[in-house]
Design a binder for this molecule. Sequence first.
Ligand code: NAP
Length: 282
Amino acid sequence: MTATIIDGLSYANKIINNIKYEVNKLKVKPKLVVILVGNDNASQIYVKNKQKRCLEVGIESEVLHFDEKIKQDKLLDIIKQLNEDIRVNAILVQMPLPSHINSNLIIETISPLKDVDGFHPYNVGKLALNMTPYSVACTPCGILKLLNAYNIEIKGKHVVIIGRSNIVGRPLALLLLNNDATVTVCHSKTENLKQITQTADILISAIGKAHLINSTFIKENAVIIDVGINRDKNNKLTGDVDFNDVFEKCNFITPVPKGVGPMTIAMLLQNTLDLYKTQNNI
Ligand code: NAP
């Protein structure tokens, strides 16, 4: 038996085309503002990519790029101004920020109504209470959409998530719990990791370590979602999962690249449009 490869790229393109169609009908276009601090190479590439995708669907985007020595108070003032600006529908602060800036304070200062990443405590709190937030973190949202697109049953299933970060593991656990999964969250201090992952109907890895997960970690016919983005020894993009090793044992698997990654970008565009609609009572 071989697994079905979950084609995140195709599904993301489908969503992006729908967004483009909807945005095209709007007289005033949604606007995303991205705040970038410093000259981190990876961050600059991510931001450029986000801008490019916005342009493709007709979402207006603006990047505010600041020197890495910018004072925290100045950044807070800028966010407060953006919160008040009716032409701005969505605000994203590219992480990581320099160490003299308190990232939590920055996130808390963004209006929950413009919090495109879904990281604000108000939105995370609503998610935790199974109420409707203004936005949900993009990667978890994208994973849920992929599971639904492939008719993968979540209700009653044991989902094991490896990773408890605020951007992936934690919001994903809440989202799946709200969808009636039985969720176990593992992390670097988890004892007997393998024994736990072997009981997963759906195993989601968000660790950031190339090929840590091989076939000995998984149950026969499991669904494998690989969130990890790593470089292997040949500098090739690769996930947390040893794809070739698990392929014959699992039922579904997301590849890296072209799996979860494209869905994250698609959800960023979707969240921007959804915030615009909420703000305009559409
Ligand atoms: P992170 O903040 O570094 O979190 C990694 C998590 O993995 C932590 O909870 C950590 O445990 C856990 N961990 C580390 N080593 C482990 C081990 N040996 N066994 C079990 N758990 C272990 O990373 P992140 O931001 O969540 O991202 C995780 C990965 O996903 C990265 O490769 C990142 O590039 C990728 N990513 C991809 C997308 C996408 O769109 N595809 C989006 C976001 C992130 P502790 O909490 O105990 O430290």
